[in-house]
Structure formats: C-alpha cells, structure tokens
Write a protein that binds this ligand. Structure first.
Ligand code: NDP
Length: 498
C-alpha cells in the first residue's frame, strides 16, 4: 500500500522540507507506516517565521469582531471534518475510538469560545491622577511558537491556536513527530474558514532540531510548549535568554483522594477513568490512588476485578476500551517503571505485562497496571510514568492525605472524592494543584483556566487569562487640557513632574 507524503504547511500550502527529508509516522496498534511527513529543520522554521511575519500585518489589523466571525466559520468546518480527524488521530496515537470521538467533539467549542472573546473583550480605563483619560489596549504579541506533544495532538494544539488567533497573533507550530498529521489538516480548516495564508504554519520535525530552532528563534514573541518537565526547563531557559514569553504545560503525578464516605463503586469507576483513559498517557492521569485505609481493601479488590474486565484491542473498533501505548519507546519506559516498582517492594496487584494473543503481538500494548503497598517516597509514586499504572497508597487522616498528595515536585491536578462539602473545599484549598476536581476527574472547558503549580508548568491555557497571555498591554494616556505645559518657563508655578 502506498502511503501519502505530507509536506510542511506554510503560507496556506504544503511544501517539501528544504532538505527534502521525510520521516515515517507509525500506527502503534501494529507498527505499520501510515504516512511519510516532511522533516522540517532550522531553515524551514526560518521560512515559516518569515511567512508568519508577513501575515501578521494582515491578521492583526482585523477587528476582534472580524476575527471572531472567521473563527466561528472555523468552528463549523471543524465539526464537518471531525470524523476524518478522529480516524487519523486513532491511527497516529492508538487511542480508542470512544475516547477520540468524545475528545474531538469538544474542539469546536474552543474556536467558538475564543471567537466570542475576540469579539467581546473589553479593555480598561484605569484611574490616573489629574485631567487625563487613561486607557489600555490589548495588542497581539506578533509571531508565536507552539510546540506540542503526541498524547492529545489536536486538543492541546487547539488550546494554543484558538487564543492566539483571537488575540491577532500569527504562529508557527512544531507538533510531535509521532502525531503531525492532524495539526497539518487544521491548516486546511483554518484556510477554508478565511484565515489568511501565513497566519497558521506547521513545521513537523524533531524536538532537537525543528523544536529547538523554533523555541530559540530571536524573532518569536512567545513560545508555548506542552511536554515533559525537562523539555520545559530547556525551552524556558533558552526563551529567557531572548526575553521571549514562555508558557509551559508540563508533567504531572495527579492524585485521586478518596475519603471513606465515598461509595466504593464510585471510587473504583473514578480511578478507572482517571488512571487508564488514554492508556494512562495524559498529564492529569490518576497516577496515585490515595484511599482511606478503612475502605482500601474493598476498593483494591473491586479495582482489580474491574481492570481485568477492560477490553484491550484495535483502537479503531467502537468496542475497544483500551488501545496500545503510543510507541515502543513509551512502552519500554513504562515497563522499566514496573520493574522499578517491584524492586522497590511494591506489590503488583494487576497487569505489569503485555496482553497475550496474536492480535497484540506487533502493537505496543500493555495491560493496565495496579501497584499496592506503595510508599509515598518510592520512585513509582514520585516520578511521572506516563502510562497505565496506578499506585495505591492508604491514608488515615485528612492531613496525611494532603501531605501525600502534595509530596511530589508536580502540582498539576488532583481529584477529591467525598460527600462532605466542608472537607472537600478545606482539602482543595490546601492542595498545591493548579486544577482540583471535587467528585470528578479530567474535566476541561475552554473557559476554565488550565495549568500547573510547581514543576507542572508556567502560565495558563483556557479562559480569559489565556487570551490575555497572548496579548501585551498598551497604555494610552491622554491629556484633556489645552493649557500649554512648559516645564522650563520661569513662571513661578508649581509644576507636575510625573
Ligand atoms: P516531550 O517533552 O518529549 O515533547 C514535547 C514536544 O517538545 C515535542 O513536540 C518534542 O518534539 C518537543 N521537544 C523536545 N525537546 C525539545 C527541545 N529541546 N526544544 C524544543 N522542543 C523540544 O513530551 P511528549 O511529547 O513525550 O509528551 C508527554 C509529556 O507532555 C508528559 O510529560 C506530559 O505530562 C506532558 N503533558 C502535559 C500536559 C499539561 O497540560 N500540563 C498535557 C499533555 C502532556 P519531538 O517529540 O518531535 O521530538
């Protein structure tokens, strides 16, 4: 079977890389090659940035209402193209059809929300001593760079693209080399909606070449990265040298805290969803189940039983609940953590190995994995594994649960499960966690700020704050007096200096 070769998407069209090189994109369910994609590098990033610079004068000159109208059209076109995008996302990353169809069905909301923000955003008129009219304008930054991972290729990109467009910026995207196709197709959607050529450009390639060239480019005004914490540190330090704004959505080690007044069936359903959605490859994955000792054994027994019934299989099938991991590298990494957990003395209560059967032989499948007898300071309870592994840790007191939840370098997300409303808020207020759900997990909305404390990141996606972080404030101070102000005139007046 011949596979399509995709170009770089620059100035509204596909182009080969300057080097002429391409790289293969694999289907993780069987290792087959689904596409060849042009491999961008520094010279391609330069070409894309020049295109984005040319387009900036056009896009930034539109009114917010005009940009909002175009984004509304993008919302409708995206809805129309969703079935095709869902199928490609599944082939790129192996997540199940149920998950990708549900996730991508939300994407149009980002364009409609930020389109509405572009239309309705109000600036401020801060007080200013004296006879002055003082107002602020939110103006775009210029050309911005987006570096995105493979686990939610279109969702994460959309969270960056929609506020960037709304604010009037133009952009160059470096998607993960594992999942570059849907980010390319988003260019077609935006073009059809009326976004001028050059506003949205995509240069697939590798982090060490294309990603580095983009994030270290002196003429970008912001770099917005979602990825691992080490990548975030590397990118932020380079951007700091260029005084370029940084947003970084990084790793996590989310806790699911279950208090004893929670129905055990509900706690188990919560943990399955938190820990094994996306085959555990999500930044808010429920990596630690912190459960009250009085219900620990019952919850573990049910969790093991329900996990054993999850249906692994071909992610394109409606019936499949858990797909493969994204790559051999990712599965090798998770398997190495399984060995670390066993060596540290944790009990492997379920999984930890590959499923048996011919249909799994050439894909990157791994059974969902449950560790019990986990101590909070073990490596498996501290480090981001980024796979379908949950560490169960019992607690006795509320204070202990909070201390365990806060006891990692990360601070992205936590869920609290209790019917005691006072306790829920009291605990939430003590968590070092950018996102906290009460009696839920992994919920997101374009209007609701998303981002981490501590090593989980800098800045926020979603909401007005995301729009504002894609702008800079211009302050305009208008003297309402016609009187001549002459500082150097010897007229014995007391003069205002500042
Ligand atoms: P990586 O950090 O490996 O890569 C993220 C992106 O950065 C990729 O496009 C990668 O390129 C690129 N990159 C790598 N090195 C550099 C560099 N030196 N300069 C510029 N760009 C670079 O993360 P993964 O793709 O493996 O994604 C998983 C990580 O993302 C996890 O840690 C997860 O927690 C985090 N994440 C955070 C989220 C949040 O909202 N906080 C959401 C989702 C994921 P390439 O891969 O092509 O080499």
């Amino acid at each position: 079977m011949t596979v399509r070769t995709w170009g770089l998407y620059i100035e509204g069209d596909y182009h080969p890389a300057v080097s002429g090189r391409t790289f293969p994109v694999e289907n993780p369910k069987d290792g087959s090659v689904i596409a060849e994609v042009a491999e961008g590098a520094a010279e391609d990033i330069e070409i894309a940035i020049k295109a984005a610079e040319r387009a900036f004068s056009v896009w930034s000159a539109l009114t917010g209402a005009e940009r909002g109208d175009i984004m509304n059209r993008a919302t409708e076109i995206l809805k129309r193209r969703l079935p095709e995008l869902v199928t490609i996302e599944i082939d790129q990353i192996g997540r199940s059809r149920r998950e990708m169809a549900a996730q991508l069905s939300r994407l149009p909301e980002w364009f409609s929300y930020f389109g509405a923000v572009a239309r309705t955003h109000e600036d401020t008129v801060p007080p200013f001593a004296g006879h002055y009219l003082n107002y602020t304008r939110r103006v775009p930054l210029g050309v911005v760079g987006h570096v995105t991972p493979w686990n939610h290729p279109l969702l994460i990109l959309t969270k960056k693209v929609a506020p960037s467009l709304a604010a009037g910026n133009t952009m160059v995207v470096k998607p993960s080399e594992l999942a570059p196709i849907t980010p390319l197709i988003l260019g077609e959607v935006l073009k059809e909606a009326g976004v001028p050529d050059g506003v949205y450009n995509v240069v697939p390639g590798f982090g060490a070449t294309a990603g580095l060239a983009l994030s270290s480019h002196p003429r970008i005004r912001k770099i917005d990265l979602t990825g691992g914490t080490e990548t975030g540190k590397a990118v932020a330090s380079i951007a700091g040298k260029n005084l370029v704004k940084v947003a970084a959505e990084l790793g996590g080690k989310a806790a699911v805290i279950v208090f004893p007044d929670t129905d055990t069936k509900r706690a188990v359903a919560a943990t399955l969803f938190a820990s094994f959605i996306a085959t555990g490859q999500t930044c808010v994955q429920g990596a630690r189940l912190i459960v009250h000792r009085s219900i620990h054994d019952e919850v573990v027994a049910q969790l093991v039983e329900r996990t054993g019934r999850l249906r692994l299989g071909d992610p394109q099938l409606e019936t499949t609940q858990v797909g493969p991991m994204v790559s051999k590298k990712q599965r090798d990494m998770v398997e190495s953590y399984v060995r670390i957990g066993i060596d540290e003395g944790a009990t492997l209560a379920y999984g930890g190995c590959r499923p048996e059967g011919e249909s799994f032989a050439s894909g990157y499948y791994l059974l969902p994995t449950i560790f019990t007898d986990v101590k909070p300071d073990m490596r498996i309870a501290q480090e981001e594994i980024f796979g379908p592994v949950v560490c169960v840790i019992p607690f006795d007191t509320e204070e202990e649960a909070i201390a365990i939840a806060n006891g990692t370098e990360f601070g992205l997300a936590t869920s609290i499960w209790t019917r005691d409303v006072a306790r829920a808020h009291r605990v939430a207020h003590q968590l070092e966690s950018g996102i906290t759900w009460i009696n839920d997990h992994h919920r997101i909305d374009p209007a609701s700020p998303w981002g981490g404390f501590k090593m989980s990141g800098i800045g926020r996606e979603n909401g007005l704050v995301a729009y504002e972080e894609y702008t800079q404030i211009q302050n305009i101070i208008v003297n309402l007096s016609d009187a001549v102000f002459d500082w150097y005139e010897d007229d014995n007046q007391i003069k205002r200096y500042s």
